[in-house]
Design a protein around this ligand. Structure first.
Ligand SMILES: Cc1cc2nc3c(=O)[nH]c(=O)nc-3n(C[C@H](O)[C@H](O)[C@H](O)COP(=O)(O)OP(=O)(O)OC[C@H]3O[C@@H](n4cnc5c(N)ncnc54)[C@H](O)[C@@H]3O)c2cc1C
Length: 483
């Protein structure tokens, strides 16, 4: 079928205002939050219903056109990066909250609903949706599901996967499947769990059943200042070793604190590391535990501890943390934000290794951590106008991830593999590990149409036998390339 006819079919499904195909308009969709990766799509469709998603995907299937789902485009690993010649399916207009079921503590939402609006709808009944990525005022629930997003409070409440009970999914051939259910334990394979975190490679989520939880009776937030990140890290381990499960434990080093302070005046002291510890739960429990948390921080060298006395003070402490990454632009014209995970106990060691990398490269590295989870967000600062600095920053950023893997950690805590970390997958996973993942993918998407250029370093054709990958002689000769 001709391109014009296919565009005509798409227009008939989504209407004139739902189809974008002019190059100047497509630019908006050429990247996500990882702006150094850019690919122009062939077309973008803005769908309004499950039926429209199905109709568009059926055309893609018939014509063998790759497609990429897009929520708000805030992803930081290039997950929503288009495929050349492919279609971007924007879910932003599917933004209705379909059901609120307070007695059963669940809600059904469309994928384009913004994270913070879920809590917004139920907060007057004292319910919250717990996963709270720092981007929660803009990112969509569909994107959160695809990335299995985390946030400061996921330490206690769990990542997105803990809060997704069921999914309606348009499969890559346009069929509709229902994964999981509204109850807590659906029989059969946990396909809902498989889909969460699959980065758009298994189909498109069109309805999501979420678990909501009661707002805790009280919340207390404490800021502790330390001379060094090592001391702050030791305090985190001390709190966990004492058997306390904080709602959140977040850490910033000197550079990150400075950037946050300059941006939002959070009233952080000038120190080597700031640790925020939040406790929530029944009043009696929180009041009993907070003095113990403070005592542990002091034992590990805290030079100042301060418990927020009002909601305004508490919000200000969090404002600094949430702004710390974006605020880095005040300290450096460019930076690479990394996302890796280490076992918590490896924190002091990796920090000294990062310091060493920084000294060797002459590049400053700021550190922001979800300290309780061992999730690091190092920011490698550089100036792209200085020749060679961008490359040097990439080398440092990559080495930090290698260190995470060497310490038994992971390539990503919450931002996903996307297009960015494909080349690192083989450092973390063996060939059989990757094969197993790819066979799952093939079961959902045998034609490899759904976000095909993400996650896997060497996508397998679904007819291939498992086992060690053997390149075709033409690939070895450099005559043909596998996409
Ligand atoms: C300032 C800032 C702070 C951030 N902080 C955090 C943080 O604290 N924690 C965290 O986890 N992330 C964070 N992120 C990253 C990002 O916000 C999350 O990954 C978020 O979940 C992406 O949502 P989105 O709607 O923007 O998705 P997009 O970027 O549009 O898409 C992300 C992925 O989801 C897929 N996708 C989107 N919708 C669907 C759907 N309906 N069905 C199937 N696949 C779909 C896309 O194909 C893509 O692979 C941050 C980003 C920024 C810019």
């Amino acid at each position: 079928m001709s391109e014009a006819s296919i565009l005509g079919e798409l227009r008939a499904i989504v209407g004139d205002d739902g189809l974008i195909s002019a190059p100047e308009d497509l630019r908006t969709y050429e990247c996500d939050g990882l702006t150094n990766f850019r690919v122009m799509p062939w077309a973008v469709v803005l769908v309004r219903s499950t039926e429209e998603v199905q109709a568009v995907v059926r055309i893609c299937h018939r014509e063998r056109i790759p497609f990429v789902a897009r929520g708000s485009g805030t992803g930081l690993s290039g997950g929503a990066l288009p495929v050349a010649g492919g279609i971007v399916i924007s879910l932003a207009r599917m933004n209705r909250i379909l059901e609120v079921d307070l007695p059963n503590a669940r809600m059904v939402v469309e994928p384009g609903v913004i994270n913070i609006d879920v809590t917004g709808r139920v907060s007057r009944y004292d319910f919250i949706y717990a996963p709270d990525p720092s981007s929660q005022v803009v990112c969509s629930i569909g994107g959160n599901v695809a990335e299995n997003s985390g946030g400061a409070h996921c330490l206690k409440y769990g990542f997105t996967t803990t809060h997704v009970l069921g999914l309606e999914v348009v499969l890559p051939d346009g069929a509709l499947a229902h994964l999981g259910s509204k109850t807590l334990d659906a029989p059969g394979y946990d396909l809902c769990g498989v889909f969460v975190g699959s980065e758009g490679t298994l189909g498109i989520a069109t309805k999501i059943t979420l678990r909501i939880v009661k707002r805790p009776e009280t919340i207390q937030t404490m800021m502790a200042a330390f001379a060094t990140t090592n001391e702050a890290g030791a305090a985190v381990s001390g709190i966990i070793a004492a058997g306390m499960l904080a709602a959140a434990m977040e850490m910033m080093d000197r550079l990150a604190t400075k950037a946050a302070e300059e941006a939002v005046h959070a009233n952080y002291p000038d120190c080597g590391a700031v640790l925020l510890v939040e406790l929530d739960g029944p009043v009696a429990e929180v009041e009993a535990l907070m003095p113990r948390v403070i005592a542990i921080c002091r034992e590990h060298g805290a030079i100042e501890t301060r418990v927020a006395q009002t909601d305004v003070e508490r919000a200000l402490l969090w404002k600094g943390r949430k702004a710390s990454i974006a605020a880095m632009g005040r300290l450096s014209p460019n930076y690479i934000l990394q996302d890796g995970v280490i076992p918590r106990t490896a924190l002091p060691q990796i920090l000294s290794e990062i310091d060493q990398l920084s000294a060797e490269s002459g590049l400053r590295v700021a550190n922001v951590f979800h300290a309780g989870d061992g999730n690091l967000h190092p920011l490698v600062l550089y100036d792209a106008r200085i020749e060679g600095q961008e490359h040097a920053a990439e080398v440092v950023a990559q080495r930090i991830l290698e260190l995470c893997i060497e310490k038994g950690g992971s390539l990503t805590g919450e931002h996903g593999i996307g297009a960015e970390k494909i080349h690192m997958m083989e450092k973390m996973f063996s060939e059989p590990d990757l094969d197993t993942m790819q066979r799952v993918r093939c079961a959902f998407d045998p034609l490899r149409l759904s976000n095909p250029t993400k996650i896997f370093p060497r996508p397998r054709m679904c007819g291939e036998a498992p086992g060690e990958y053997k390149p075709h002689p033409l690939e070895i000769a450099g005559v043909a390339e596998r996409f």
